[in-house]
Write a protein that binds this ligand. Structure first.
Ligand SMILES: NC(=O)c1ccc[n+]([C@@H]2O[C@H](COP(=O)([O-])OP(=O)(O)OC[C@H]3O[C@@H](n4cnc5c(N)ncnc54)[C@H](OP(=O)(O)O)[C@@H]3O)[C@@H](O)[C@H]2O)c1
Length: 339
């Protein structure tokens, strides 16, 4: 089988398509013939050497795939060959074939394309987990979504629409605002030309927001915390400010690390604010929870309430271009790799 290997930390040129024998499913596993795999920001960071959770290089990453079961290991009773499925392998998904424990695999809705199937898991599970398990958003609340035209951002905007009267503020480049409006974003904000904190304060007449979803990190966490109303929740779920450019930049890493605010229980108590962290990558040990989130999301998909936005699909041979598309912030929604 062919797979996209990260041969070492570096620019997109370190990616290589290599051929290896097909894996055989172990007890409790199924083998999936991958038809589409999601490419995530974290995997671009892994290639740059900025993702501590990534396997040692050379490695194949890929958290999410959609495809067809083509071999079933001993002990698997509920998945048959020929079933169209979505799987959450965590790593190894950027390959033509992958073996995955059966509990990390769910059948796809009949009407779903493989591209939608690969685009949905990570972005929507992350957004769903933050909004409904952690922030527990309520009707009429105000939610600030950073990186709103990215995969997670668009998923969050769509999921906010499933709750009555939720008002959303989305930061993105101006060229992406039409898409934000189509997805129901109440107030798109061009963070490149305006200070989003000033803009949110102006739009809310100084009262702020209930929830901030922030994967920017560093001093943005401080700004977001400052925008919270009483009972407000800041959710930190990424540190994109660490990675600008193609490679690891030590000076930038140090400057960003220094700018991380120190929140204290006492300070949060005084202001009635909460800070939470979410890293879905560290929830693979709680696979029942991820699976439940995914099944709920697939039901919302069947009901037409959510629909992944596919930016572009790239063949494996063009994986470097796919990485660059995310790295250069040109994508609107999900970038997909096709074996
Ligand atoms: N903790 C978790 O479990 C989890 C799970 C999934 C993703 N994440 C994190 O969530 C973030 C978004 O992921 P995604 O897949 O939605 O990304 P994406 O689809 O690649 O979208 C990223 C967009 O964010 C905007 N952006 C603003 N500031 C940026 C910056 N400093 N660096 C890079 N992009 C910036 C860019 O659009 P503009 O043109 O509008 O600036 C960019 O196109 C990433 O940091 C990722 O690591 C965390």
């Amino acid at each position: 089988m062919r797979a996209v290997w990260i041969t070492k930390a570096g620019g997109p040129e370190v990616l290589e398509v290599r051929e290896t024998p097909d894996p055989e499913p172990a007890f409790g596993e199924v083998r999936i013939r991958v038809r589409a795999a999601g490419l995530n920001f974290a995997e671009v960071m892994a290639r740059m050497g900025l993702y501590p959770d990534a396997p040692r290089t050379p490695c194949v990453v890929g958290y999410e795939v959609a495809g067809v079961v083509d071999a079933v290991g001993e002990g698997v009773t509920d998945l048959a060959t020929g079933t169209r499925v979505i799987a959450l392998p965590r790593f190894g998904g950027h390959a033509e074939a992958i073996c995955v424990p059966a509990e990390q695999v769910v059948p796809m809705p009949q009407e779903m394309s493989f591209e939608d199937g690969a685009a949905l898991p990570v972005n929507y599970i992350t957004a769903y987990h933050m909004l409904f398990r952690i922030a527990a958003i309520r009707p009429g609340e105000r939610v600030l979504v950073h990186m709103a035209a990215g995969g997670v951002g668009l998923a969050a905007l769509q999921l906010c629409k499933t709750v009555d009267r939720v008002v959303t503020f989305g930061t993105a480049s101006a060229s992406k605002h039409d898409v934000l409006r189509t997805e129901g974003c109440t107030h798109p904000i061009d963070y490149r030309t305006k200070d989003y904190a000033v803009e949110v304060s102006r739009l809310t007449k100084g009262t702020g927001v209930d929830v901030v979803l922030d994967a920017l990190g560093g001093r943005d966490w401080r700004k977001g915390y400052g925008l919270l109303r009483p009972t407000g929740r800041l959710i930190a779920f990424g540190f994109a400010n660490m990675s600008v450019g193609e490679r690891r930049n030590l000076l930038r890493i140090i400057t960003q690390a220094i700018s991380v605010p120190r929140f204290t229980p006492l300070g949060m108590m005084e202001k009635n604010r909460a800070v939470a962290g979410v890293n879905v990558g560290h929830l693979w040990g709680e696979i029942d929870m991820l699976r439940e989130n995914l099944l709920t999301l697939l039901q919302l998909y069947r009901e037409g309430k959510i629909r992944p936005t596919i930016d572009r699909a790239f063949p494996f041979a063009e994986a470097a271009d796919a990485h660059l598309r995310i790295q250069e912030r040109r994508n609107i929604g999900k970038v997909i790799l096709i074996p």
